[in-house]
Ligand binder design. Structure first.
Ligand SMILES: NC(=O)c1ccc[n+]([C@@H]2O[C@H](COP(=O)([O-])OP(=O)(O)OC[C@H]3O[C@@H](n4cnc5c(N)ncnc54)[C@H](O)[C@@H]3O)[C@@H](O)[C@H]2O)c1
Length: 310
C-alpha cells in the first residue's frame, strides 16, 4: 500500500511539473527575448572559429554587449581581423592560433588562455569544417578531421573550461551544430554524423549538469544552410519554407537564445515541424518529404568555400 501511495505521489509530482513546464514554455514563447535576456556585461566569452563567418559575428555581438572576448582560430589572419573589429568597439580581446583537430594543442592553448585572459564564462564551440562529398569519395583523413574539429574538440574544450564553471557555479556552453545534426543529408555523411554527435554531447551534458543542480547552462544551435561561404553551392527548393539563412540575422537569434538560456534552437523555425515529423512518419515517407522539399538534392551543386578566408 505504501509503495502504491509513493508511486502515486511521484506520478502526481511529475505530472504537475510536466504541465508547469509546458505552460511556462508557451508563456515564454510570447515574451520578447529582450525582456528575458540575462546581463552578460563583463563576462569572458571564448569563441572557436572566430576568424570568419558566424564565429566572427558572434564575437562582435558579445563585444557589443560589454563582454571580454577570447578568439581561437587556425586562421591567424582572419582571427586578427575579428580582433581589430572588436578593438574598434572598445572591448577587451585576446587571440590565439590553434588547431582544434589537435587535442594537445587545445589543452595547451586553454592553459595559456586561463593564465592570460582568466576564467571563461561563455564557451562557444563554433569552429567547423565540411567535406561535402559522397561517403565513398570522402578521404579517411577528411572524415577523421571532421570528427576532430566538429565533435571531439567540443569534448576537449569542455574538459578544459567546464571544471572552472562548475566551481564558480556559473557558465554557459554553446554548441554550434546544424540541422544536419538531426537529419541525415545525402552527400554529408561525415558532417551529419559529427553534428549528430555534437547534438548528443550537448543533450547528455545538459542532463548531467541539471541532475547535479549546477547553474551551468547549455545551448545547441541547429541552423539550416547559412550564407557564409562554407556551404557555397548548396541549395534549397522552397526558400520561403527553408530559406538559406543570412549570417547577421542568424547570429542575432543565436545570441538572443544564449541570453535567454534557451536549450535548443532550430533555424528557421519550420525545422521544428520537420523534426517532429521525423519522429512519427515511416522512413519511406520521410525520404519522400526530404526529396520533395529538396533536402536530398541540396548538396548536388556544392562547391564549398572557394576563396581563402580572411
Ligand atoms: N554555413 C552554414 O551553412 C552552416 C550551417 C549550419 C551549421 N554551420 C556551422 O556553423 C559553424 C560556423 O560555420 P561558418 O559558416 O561560420 O563557417 P566558416 O568556414 O566561415 O568558419 C569556420 C571557422 O572555423 C575555423 N576552423 C576550421 N578548422 C579549424 C581548426 N582545425 N582549428 C581552428 N579553427 C578552425 C576556420 O578557420 C573558420 O574561421 C560551423 O560549426 C558550421 O558547421 C554552418
Amino acid at each position: 500500500m505504501a509503495d502504491i501511495l509513493l508511486g502515486l505521489k511521484e506520478f502526481s509530482i511529475t505530472f504537475f511539473f510536466i504541465l508547469y513546464y509546458w505552460i511556462q514554455a508557451i508563456i515564454l514563447a510570447f515574451i520578447p527575448s529582450s525582456w528575458r535576456a540575462k546581463d552578460v556585461a563583463g563576462e569572458t566569452v571564448l569563441v572557436t572559429g572566430a576568424g570568419s563567418g558566424i564565429g566572427r559575428l558572434i564575437a562582435l555581438r558579445f563585444a557589443r554587449l560589454g563582454c571580454r572576448l577570447v578568439l581561437w582560430d587556425v586562421n591567424d589572419k582572419g582571427n586578427e581581423e575579428t580582433a581589430k573589429q572588436i578593438k574598434a568597439l572598445g572591448a577587451y580581446v585576446k587571440t590565439y592560433k590553434i588547431d582544434l583537430s589537435n587535442r594537445d594543442d587545445i589543452y595547451s592553448v586553454a592553459a595559456k588562455t586561463k593564465e592570460e585572459a582568466g576564467d571563461i564564462d561563455i564557451l562557444v564551440n563554433n569552429a567547423g569544417i565540411v567535406t561535402g562529398k559522397k561517403f565513398l569519395e570522402c578521404s579517411d583523413n577528411m572524415i577523421q578531421k571532421t570528427f576532430e574539429v566538429n565533435t571531439l574538440a567540443h569534448f576537449w574544450t569542455c574538459k578544459a573550461f567546464l571544471p572552472g564553471m562548475m566551481e564558480r557555479n556559473h557558465g554557459h556552453i554553446v554548441t554550434i551544430a546544424s540541422s544536419a545534426g538531426y537529419l541525415g543529408v545525402n552527400g554529408l555523411s561525415d558532417y551529419c554524423a559529427s553534428k549528430f554527435a555534437a547534438v548528443g554531447f550537448d543533450e547528455s551534458m545538459r542532463f548531467e549538469l541539471e541532475m547535479m543542480g549546477k547553474e551551468v547552462k547549455t545551448t545547441v544551435i541547429c541552423p539550416f544552410y547559412i550564407n557564409t561561404g562554407m556551404f557555397d553551392g548548396a541549395k534549397t527548393r522552397w526558400p520561403f519554407i527553408l530559406p538559406i539563412l543570412e549570417p547577421e540575422d542568424t547570429v542575432n537569434k543565436i545570441v538572443d537564445a544564449v541570453l535567454c538560456n534557451q536549450h535548443i534552437v532550430m533555424l528557421p523555425k519550420s525545422l521544428y515541424f520537420f523534426m517532429a515529423l521525423k519522429g512519427v512518419v515511416p522512413t519511406k515517407v520521410l525520404a519522400l518529404i526530404c526529396l520533395y522539399f529538396g533536402a536530398s538534392n541540396s548538396m548536388d551543386d556544392f562547391k564549398g568555400r572557394q576563396k581563402k578566408i580572411e
